[in-house]
Design a protein around this ligand. Sequence first.
Ligand code: TRP
Length: 326
Amino acid sequence: MTRVLSGIQPSGDLHLGNYLGAIRNWAKLQHTTDAFHPVVDLHAVTVPQKPGEIGEATLRMSQMLMAAGLDPQVCTIFVQSHVHEHSECAWLLECTVSFGELSRMTQFKDKSGRQEFVSAGLFTYPALQAADILLYDADEVPVGDDQRQHIELTRDIAERFNSRYGQTFKLPEAVVPAAGARVMDLQHPTNKMSKSLDSPRGTIDLLDDPAAVTRKIKSAVTDSDGEVRYDVAAKPGVSNLLSILAAAGDRAPAELADDYSMYGPLKADTAEAVIELLRPVQARFRELQADPAETSRLLAVGASKAQAVASATLQRARANLGLLTA
Ligand code: TRP
């Protein structure tokens, strides 16, 4: 069976863009693949955290993933730091990637420009991500376009390790979903909906109540020509609403456009569709939130399934490299 792996940082709550662009696809894939989904808390600590908050955020992100449809009985959901092999393997890979290669990562250049304190961990972040992937012999890594470069680097690191020390790691493939599922910010519809944009009115949180969803969609930026047409370049705001409405149902955005002649009804229907889409996710989240011990139990099961795979791979890497056995 195809092995799929993708991770998510426990920084902030999931929003509609994460859900429609990524998580919903992961939830679908879990039924036809052998899927692993770490909540990557060690990646989150590459930037300073408030003392004590990361654990809470990790639990909450795990519950959101489960609420959004990742079923711990079907796929393997776990916390990255619970499987110590990630850190150990990351060190071996840090020693297999060059300073120059890491310096060329655009995510590092972006992020380091926005930090006052640039940790060494932020710089070596891609080696830890490579460990996440290579430890599981992942065939496919479903990610957004912004992660392509990290997956390419992961392949380069794996190839280099293999050529130095013998066949150890499998080369993964990035799988970037078609552009259709891209959800844009409601206030700035030429930007992707994103936590880092700091646009609370433009971002629909997965846990927003119906009133908030309605308010945000009603105040979404459109344009003044008054025509409902799917045209991302000329009409980004209206096209974004059509994309969201399409993603919430099963019709194409261009086809939906024919049903509307005014923005008001398009917004009302989009709000309604999003509210209905989120309703069951929010109900499951509340259930999980009411029983944190159960989530912890599920995460412990996930960690032990993950560790069984990861420890075998790390062992292979140690042996091929020739580290002295303890
Ligand atoms: N760097 C990824 C992001 O910012 C998160 C991530 C960490 C990841 N480890 C991974 C994604 C492994 C895919 C596979 O979104």
